[in-house]
Design a protein around this ligand. Structure first.
Ligand code: AMP
Ligand code: MG
Length: 276
């Protein structure tokens, strides 16, 4: 297929029902661009557009946007948040980061801690990790019995459908796809660069040993949970600049598709006279 004619949304969206094989997606892909400078103007334009669209989303307060970011360690979730969303008005945008569950969180169902952070109408929320950890790390390390995590794919689909139907929420889920070689470089950079050492965790090396298990778990999650109302996107992420361009473009395309409008003003505003 002539992929260059597709929008970024079509190009990287996982079709509902399609089986995902991550080895078929090149993490080093740069789409229509040869190098970073070629993409600069497009990223700038989309960041500006995102700023404007977010303001209307906020003013209209009908729709909300949930962005889910998942990746292998060093995949670029933090960088995506700062580069793509960095220009958005903080008043209408939250980031929720999901770490190892606390004892209180573990004493509830796995979606309890997630639901509290879903966006209100008018808001954008970014999940830095998400409920998908409950079919990823949890599956790879057998943190619950298999029949328990197996049920979660359906439970996740139903939960996301609820958010879309009853919460007015548009859901975009991004898997930032890096190669194993790129992860090695990024881990090495964290070791070598004093300004990045704070990000290094020996735990990441342990997880790296489970690369193939994580790949299998991701492939299942992407295959089973890419739905019409909550699609997954597999984003080539070895080049940080291209990853940012793709994520920004897909968010803008989704928001443009909502037909956002400023709300109607109070009637009679044209008659209002402001006294001296
Ligand atoms: P980081 O995002 O680097 O701060 O790391 C957060 C850690 O929390 C990662 O190792 C995740 O795998 C882990 N984590 C997140 N959610 C869960 C979960 N539901 N169960 C177990 N571990 C989790
Ligand atoms: Mg980490």
């Amino acid at each position: 297929m002539a992929k260059n004619n597709l929008s970024m949304t079509e190009r990287y969206r996982v079709q509902p029902g399609a089986k995902v094989h991550l080895r078929d997606v090149d993490p080093d892909d740069t789409g229509p661009y040869r190098q970073k400078d070629d993409a600069k103007a497009d990223l700038e334009r989309d960041r500006d557009r995102l700023f404007d669209l977010q303001e209307i989303l906020y003013a209209q307060a009908q729709h909300s946007l949930l962005i889910v970011l998942q990746a292998m360690d060093t995949g670029g979730k933090d960088g995506t948040i700062s580069h793509v969303m960095g220009g958005v008005n903080p008043q209408g945008c939250q980031v929720a980061s999901f770490k190892q569950p606390t004892p209180e969180e573990l004493s509830h169902d796995f979606l309890w801690r997630i639901h509290k952070h879903t966006p209100a109408r008018g808001q954008i929320t970014i999940f830095n990790r998400s409920h998908y950890e409950d079919v990823l790390v949890v599956r790879v390390h057998n943190l619950v019995p298999e029949p328990v995590w197996r049920q979660r794919y359906n439970q996740i689909n139903e939960f996301e459908e609820l958010l879309a139907d009853q919460g007015g929420t548009t859901i975009l889920k991004f898997f930032l796809h890096i190669s194993r070689a790129e992860q090695k470089e990024r881990l090495q950079a964290r070791l070598d660069d004093p300004t990045k050492q704070w990000k290094f965790s020996t735990g990441d090396l342990k997880e790296r040993a489970y690369w193939d298990d994580y790949t299998a778990a991701y492939e299942d999650a992407l295959t089973r949970c890419s739905t019409k109302v909550a699609p997954w996107f597999v984003v080539p992420a070895d080049r940080k600049w291209y990853r940012n361009v793709v994520v920004a473009r897909i968010i803008v395309e989704a928001l443009e598709g909502l037909g956002l409008r400023y709300p109607e003003p109070e009637p009679g505003l044209d008659q209002v006279v402001i006294e001296d």
